[in-house]
Design a protein around this ligand. Structure first.
Ligand SMILES: C[S@@+](CC[C@H](N)C(=O)[O-])C[C@H]1O[C@@H](n2cnc3c(N)ncnc32)[C@H](O)[C@@H]1O
Length: 265
């Protein structure tokens, strides 16, 4: 029997161990608050990844509620399943949700919308699956220039690895413009849209772990693989150019603001 590790599952564990704690976990509570999730709610988490938001929702809805998480990536779902029993995990595309109309009391999604092939269609699907009057709540990063550290990382990648690598790191920030965001939700059929921009804090164990997670974890997901020599060169330079975000105990801490959009059909 082969004990080879599936690369998609390995990448998902790396995501859970590094990116979730450093960036994503802190948004679960405000997203669920905005969605009005409470005891007995039926909740759908779209682009659930390894399930940090769905697990938090499960704790709120209790035995009388139910939580479903969907994601297009089987590796993410394998990890979600192993650490989040009690949630229904389903492999599916956000643009074509496998649910009836009006099924959920709340539909939530954090930091996935920027990657969907048809964003308006995905929002339309989320609105369709929400019961009349239920909220659809989506979190996306604010613009790159309003985040700290990442503009420097992008610039470093542009200089050392070229535009494809730099663009892979720009993509998570492409929905930062609130006017365009509002227009996107209205185009998708939302009748009410409110946007709450919030302060967030990224916290990595070190500069090296942050940049290495992006170079070895994130860039390959976006179709960009760098060779080991280039990765080492970039990591050495990163220690210098990102030193202003290093705390006395060696952690890397910086502002990472996000928009929480609340919409109704
Ligand atoms: C940055 S992760 C966020 C995951 C999770 N929501 C969290 O907070 O940790 C983005 C997720 O979007 C998923 N994704 C990208 N395109 C998708 C699509 N078309 N349909 C469903 N999920 C998608 C990815 O597989 C990944 O798990």
């Amino acid at each position: 029997m082969s004990d080879e590790v599936d690369p998609a599952v390995e990448a998902a564990w790396a995501y859970e161990d590094l990116h979730v704690n450093a960036l994503f976990r802190q948004w679960a509570v405000p997203v669920l608050d905005a969605a009005g999730v409470r005891s007995g709610s039926r909740v759908l988490d779209v682009a659930c990844g390894t399930g940090v938001l769905a697990r938090e929702a499960l704790g709120r809805v209790g035995a009388t509620g139910a939580v479903t998480g969907i994601d297009v990536d089987g590796g993410m779902l394998a990890v979600a399943e192993s650490i989040g029993p009690g949630v229904s995990w389903i492999e599916s595309n956000a643009c074509d949700l496998p649910f009836d109309d009006n099924e959920f009391d709340a539909v939530v999604s954090q930091f996935g919308l920027m990657f969907f092939p048809d964003r308006a269609q995905a929002i339309h699907e989320m609105l369709r699956c929400a019961k009349p009057g239920a909220r659809v709540v989506v979190a996306v990063w604010d613009a790159l220039e309003r985040s700290e550290a990442y503009p420097i990382s992008v610039h470093l990648l542009q200089r050392r690895a070229g535009p494809a690598a730099a663009n892979a790191l720009r993509t998570p920030f492409v929905l930062g413009d609130t006017n365009k965001l509002r227009g996107l939700f209205e185009e998708a059929g939302a009748s009410t849209v409110s946007i709450d921009t919030r302060h967030g804090t990224a916290r990595f164990p070190s500069v090296r772990t942050m940049v290495e997670a992006d170079l070895r974890g994130w860039l390959p997901v976006m179709g960009v693989s760098l060779d080991d020599d280039l990765i080492e060169l970039i990591l050495d330079e990163a220690d210098d150019v990102l030193s202003e975000y290093v705390t006395a105990d060696g952690e890397m801490v910086f502002d990472a603001p996000a928009h929480i959009i609340t919409a109704q059909a």
